[in-house]
Design a protein around this ligand. Structure first.
Ligand code: FPP
Length: 235
């Protein structure tokens, strides 16, 4: 694979956990657990391929509408995930971050999340961002609010360019998304990284997230490298 062409920032909508579980006669939560293991596999693989940032949609602002047991399980998954994989994340020099309004999660979940970010903050490899209680419109709304506050306090100028406004986003120092992958056959953006996906290449695969693997990742990266990105211009 041509190192230079590897996408700097990959974003993934990890869809299909529930269907994957149902097909196997398992509870939906089993799909989420398997899906968490896929995050580990794909993060390590991205790091090995020289990808700088991987951002995954783990819990949307809409997911609170799911049955209590499922929400409760999703809130407990970070503890399982970091207990099992923290050593490997450290060995692989992976930095963990979170996007989203984590205040709404129970104390325990929040502590696990903050501890993981703190422990890995000096790692210089892949930046793995988990989007939790995240919504793209909400992110832009919050950015506008903070920007307005800065203007009112005369900390920011009313004339602002896109790069400057981008610093108000939750992804502030990450590059724009280059490659956006959605698993499990759905062809939607579902309010994910609206600002950051402005010029990304989209790849949709029928494979359910728990079955997504290194081979699928390489297929997506290869397809990405073969596309011509013009950013609205001509070749
Ligand atoms: C979408 O599949 C998936 C989710 C809503 C949750 C994704 C979460 C994980 C993969 C694990 C997160 C782990 C950590 C450590 C934060 P779905 O349930 O909508 O599947 P379906 O469309 O088949 O029902």
């Amino acid at each position: 694979m041509d190192e230079k062409k590897v996408p700097a920032h990959i974003a993934i909508i990890m869809d299909g956990n529930g269907r994957w579980a149902k097909q196997r006669g398992l509870p939906r939560t089993a799909g989420h657990k398997q899906g968490a293991q896929t995050i580990r596999t794909i993060a390590i693989a991205c790091n090995q391929r020289g990808v700088k940032a991987l951002t995954v949609y783990a819990f949307s602002t809409e997911n609170w509408k799911r049955p209590y047991d499922e929400v409760d399980y999703l809130c407990k998954l970070p503890r399982f995930f970091f207990r099992r994989y923290m050593d490997e994340l450290m060995e692989n020099n992976i930095q963990v971050r979170f996007l989203g309004e984590i205040e709404r999660f129970p104390d325990d979940t929040r502590n696990v999340i903050l501890t993981a970010a703190e422990k890995t903050k000096n790692n210089t490899g892949l930046i793995l961002s988990l989007a939790v209680n995240y919504g793209g419109r909400r992110e832009i709304t919050l950015a506008a609010q903070r920007y307005a506050e800065d203007v009112m306090a005369q900390r920011a100028d009313l004339q602002i360019d896109e790069a400057a406004f981008g610093t108000y986003m939750m992804t502030k120092d990450l590059p724009d998304v280059d490659l956006m992958i959605r698993t499990s056959g759905e062809l939607r953006l579902s309010n994910f990284l609206l600002w950051q996906n402005a010029y990304s290449e989209f790849i949709f695969t029928p494979v359910a997230w728990p079955d997504f693997n290194e081979e699928e990742l390489d297929r997506a990266i290869t397809e990405y490298t073969e596309r011509e990105r013009r950013y609205g211009g001509l070749k």
